[in-house]
Design a binder for this molecule. Structure first.
Ligand code: ACO
Length: 313
């Protein structure tokens, strides 16, 4: 897989830890110390709008004819609608008439799952793909629940890719409905005309924390094994931006210098499927990663899901 262009979209509205401490019993000091997060962005437009903005930036950055894009995959757990998909709405907004478009829900691992699917489809008959991670997490956050509302933010990241060097992958999931979930709509066996409502995100933070550390470590080791490389061959690790303490723990356990982990969670919090996509875009635009670098993207999330990919930039 070869990345041709990078893009991102972040809402203008910045919500600080102090802003949240007016809604729930918490403090800037507690949030920074336990998570490393200072600010997050909150959107007044839906997931497909952020996705379209990030996608347009990636297409312009790639300097390609948009009609060459024949595949659009959006990773999201906060789609605008049950149907059509966010990917189809991006297709409509940007007039990408030659593409097959669909969404993937792997929660915070979604962007890595999407890249794995794209790698496979580029080996079939697809030529150029738009891969997006986009979330408006604020739609599923209960802003009276201090366990969750301090962690999440909204945003989107996107890349344009074509066939290139082989990418390596490790992905896994473990069906679980206990530690991290947001319920969907209820059944309608009585054929009532009912109001359709969804549930807020629920999280057992301590359990997710323990899972996340093991999952990230396993995913990094497995993808290195798959590629027959060692950590010294890797220029940068771009992890899911959930919590600085999770990343620090992984670095310490694996004896990897923490500076090898790209982090931007301080400003955006956890943007779920968008997090790795935004971080990848920022790492490239800030020249933290450059052509030919070997980079590991690694994530974990609800499902439970986890995974990694090793790509050459
Ligand atoms: N402000 C102040 N106090 C708080 C807050 C808050 N925002 N949240 C919890 N507390 C309290 C708790 O009530 C608890 O009080 P108690 O001891 O009186 O019971 C105390 O702080 C310690 O709580 P812990 O849960 O042990 O705190 P911890 O150090 O584990 O940090 C956190 C909590 C930040 C949620 C951490 O567990 C974490 O980051 N977990 C992983 C979350 C994550 O990565 N989620 C990603 C999900 S990805 C996806 O797919 C959606």
């Amino acid at each position: 897989m070869k990345i041709l262009g990078y893009g991102k979209s972040l809402p203008n509205k910045i919500v600080s830890n102090d802003d949240l401490s007016k809604l729930v019993e918490t403090s800037d000091e507690w949030i920074i110390q336990r998570t490393g997060i200072r600010n997050r962005r909150i959107s007044d437009v839906n997931t497909s709008v952020l996705a379209s903005q990030a996608a347009l930036e990636a297409i312009n950055d790639a300097q390609i004819d948009k009609d060459d894009i024949d595949l659009i995959i959006c990773a999201t757990m906060t789609a605008d609608n049950a149907t059509p998909s966010v990917a189809c709405l991006v297709q409509k907004e940007l007039g990408l008439e030659n593409a097959t478009a669909f969404d993937i829900n792997g929660a915070c691992t979604g962007f890595i799952y999407a890249l794995k699917v794209v790698e496979g489809l580029l080996k079939l008959n697809h030529k150029k793909a738009l891969v997006i991670g986009s979330e408006v997490m604020s739609k599923v956050i209960d802003f009276t629940d201090r366990n969750t509302c301090i962690l999440f933010g909204d945003g989107a990241g996107a890349i344009v890719v074509e066939k290139g060097e082989d990418a390596y992958f490790f992905t896994k999931s473990k069906g679980n409905f206990d530690v991290l979930y947001a319920e969907g709509t209820s059944l309608n066996t009585d054929l009532d005309v009912k109001e359709i409502t969804g549930g807020f995100l629920y999280m057992d933070g301590r359990e997710v924390f323990k899972f996340a550390i093991r999952a990230m470590e396993e995913a990094i080791l497995k993808v290195l094994e798959e590629a027959n490389l060692t950590i010294d061959d890797i220029d940068m690790i771009i992890p899911h931006q959930a919590n600085q303490r999770i990343i620090s723990n992984v670095a310490k356990r694996m004896k990897i210098d923490e500076s090898k982990f790209f982090m931007n969670l301080e400003e955006y919090g956890n943007t779920s499927a968008a997090s790795v996509a935004i971080a990848l875009t920022e790492a490239k635009k800030q020249n933290v990663i450059k052509e030919k670098d070997k980079v590991i993207l690694v994530g974990f999330g609800a499902g439970l899901t986890w995974g990694s990919t090793l790509i050459e930039i």
